[in-house]
Design a binder for this molecule. Sequence first.
Ligand code: TRP
Length: 332
Amino acid sequence: MDKKIIFSGVQPSGNITLGNYLGAIKNWVDLQKDYSCRYAIMDMHSITVRQDPAQLRKRTLDLLKLYIACGIDPEENLLFIQSQAPAHAQLAWVLNCYTYMGELSRMTQYKDKCAQHADNINAGLFTYPVLMAADILLYQADLVPVGKDQMQHIEITRDIAGRFNALYGDVFKIPEGFLPKAGAKVMSLTEPTKKMSKSDENPKAYISILDDFNVIAKKIKSAVTDSEGVVEYREGDETKAGINNLLTIMAAVTGRAVEDIAADYAGKGYGAFKADVAEAVVEHIRPIREKYDSLSGNKDYLVSIYTKGAEKACAISERTLQKVYKKVGFVL
Ligand code: TRP
């Protein structure tokens, strides 16, 4: 039986955090067993906010290395850079003509970004979800693993695809979003009621997968907790948000249950607990970092990976694009 198709991607706009890794990339690695996976680096989405060109290029390649270092197998799956497959931009244009201003202006992320970047509310920010729809629909994806914040974009993708199919027949597979339940939601270390974010102004709030190990340990040891001194997981209790977060992180990197971990620290203070979390995180990241560093010294290999990725991506996406062009009446 054919495996179902998974499509997902991350923007190369910032340091990949422990939160991105535990919440997304780690799941992607596990999904490779059961699905045909297509993962992309969304550099075209990134330029909806100003980027430094040299840094964007570097972060794109860093992210590619990181995907591979985390265990995504570029031979088994499709791994590519969005801007290297022109069909994304081409389909996005067509889909723009089947998307309404009203539905785009209701997008939460658009409204948030307008507030954050009031000096640069560009049209790309507005049509961002259409490009995302093109990404997904080109690969005839069945499932799109994403964070909760992206679900609205999956919904609009389904609406656009359904609308197009209603006019022209079955051109697109209607994808489903899914929240991988194994995905740990990792919170900020300094304000544990907020999600850990790579764009946080305070670098102590997040752990970058590329931080020095002693920096990682230090950040964990200085994570905000509470004054109760009891290592216990209490869902929904805001005063325990810091401890809940550290327990979640520990559980995700060790594969143990939060309750079992908490039991180990009965009667012990936060100091011992934090030191162990720090060590567990560092040990979990160590092999990833070793692989990452070895890839850094192997430019030719990386070029061959993204070149092959682009070829495969173009072949698949071009097929869908041709169908669309034919349906709308372009001369082929
Ligand atoms: N918007 C997604 C995010 O910021 C990134 C993205 C772009 C994406 N295109 C996609 C995710 C297609 C899944 C599928 O997280």
